[in-house]
Design a protein around this ligand. Structure first.
Ligand SMILES: C[S@@+](CC[C@H](N)C(=O)[O-])C[C@H]1O[C@@H](n2cnc3c(N)ncnc32)[C@H](O)[C@@H]1O
Length: 259
């Protein structure tokens, strides 16, 4: 595990397996504009690309790349998350592996992606591994869906949860990622983009999404429920019609290997 501040502990990294089914249904996926930006910054279409999606989880980031015509291999260390991916995307090649030691041959991929997963790796191992399995001219794309904290209700929720939950947004390296990659490998050409988007959903679905985050999952069901119940009570007062809009910024880093 890296000593870089914020990188996740094993307890947090494996916490998703206990909430994998809820994760698959409640977590947001990613907007089409994100995949447009990946194609632009990687300087190639996803159609026909050989993609390795590391930390693929239940496949939320994988599916849109398949739809664009990529051939995707999913690498996922967690048994619960891998089980969900296998059930949802049975045609995808799934390998139980983690980003620190990729069991693939050199130059096998055009694109290596980490959707909300790179912070769980040790980047001093994961970056050289990504470089090794990428062909010259290939690209490494890392992204995170970050709640927009300029929206008052999301900012207030952030403040409440930060005060109450150990490890809340621990490992948020979404803004530092370009610098981390540049420090570790000066041969990478790094680009950064922010993509804003939002979704309207029932309050219950927002709370289900919240409960799938590692800082809730590590609490266990009972302690997690107590915090979620308090959030429900507050948000029902703020949104009596029972609908909320979650607003996000996807922070995307694409690093190209000089080819
Ligand atoms: C927040 S989930 C993201 C899942 C999916 N990519 C998505 O966008 O929904 C983080 C994933 O990283 C996986 N993970 C944890 N440690 C990892 C590691 N060292 N290398 C690769 N993936 C890891 C977890 O099992 C989990 O599935």
């Amino acid at each position: 595990m890296s000593t870089h501040p914020g990188f996740g502990s094993r307890e947090f990294a494996t916490s998703f397996n206990s909430v994998a089914a809820e994760y698959a249904t409640a977590r947001p996926d990613y907007p089409a504009t994100l995949y447009d930006a990946i194609e632009e910054l990687a300087d190639r279409p996803l159609a026909g690309a050989r993609v390795l999606d590391v930390g693929a989880g239940t496949g939320l980031g994988t599916r849109p790349m398949l739809r664009r015509g990529a051939t995707v291999t999913a690498a996922e260390p967690g048994p619960g998350m891998a089980g969900q991916l296998r059930a949802r995307l049975p045609a995808v090649r799934l390998v139980r592996a983690d980003g620190n030691a990729l069991p693939f041959t050199a130059g096998a991929f055009d694109l290596v992606t980490y959707a909300q997963a790179f912070h769980w790796t040790d980047p001093t191992r994961a970056v050289p591994e990504a470089r090794r399995v990428l062909r010259p001219g290939g690209a490494l794309a890392l992204w995170w869906n970050v709640p927009d904290r300029t929206v008052p209700w999301q900012r207030d929720q952030e403040r409440r949860l930060r005060a109450r939950l150990t490890g809340y947004h621990r490992g948020d390296i979404s803004a530092e990622a370009p610098g981390i990659l540049a420090d570790l490998d000066p041969a990478l050409t790094t680009h950064y983009r922010e993509v804003g988007w939002s979704r309207d959903l029932p309050l219950a679905a927002h709370l289900a999404n919240l409960a799938t985050h590692s800082f809730f999952a590590v609490l266990g069901p009972e302690a997690s429920r107590a915090v979620i119940d308090d959030e429900r009570a507050l948000l029902e007062r703020e949104f009596p019609e029972g609908e909320v809009t979650e607003s996000y910024t996807v922070r995307l880093t694409v690093a190209r290997v000089r080819g």
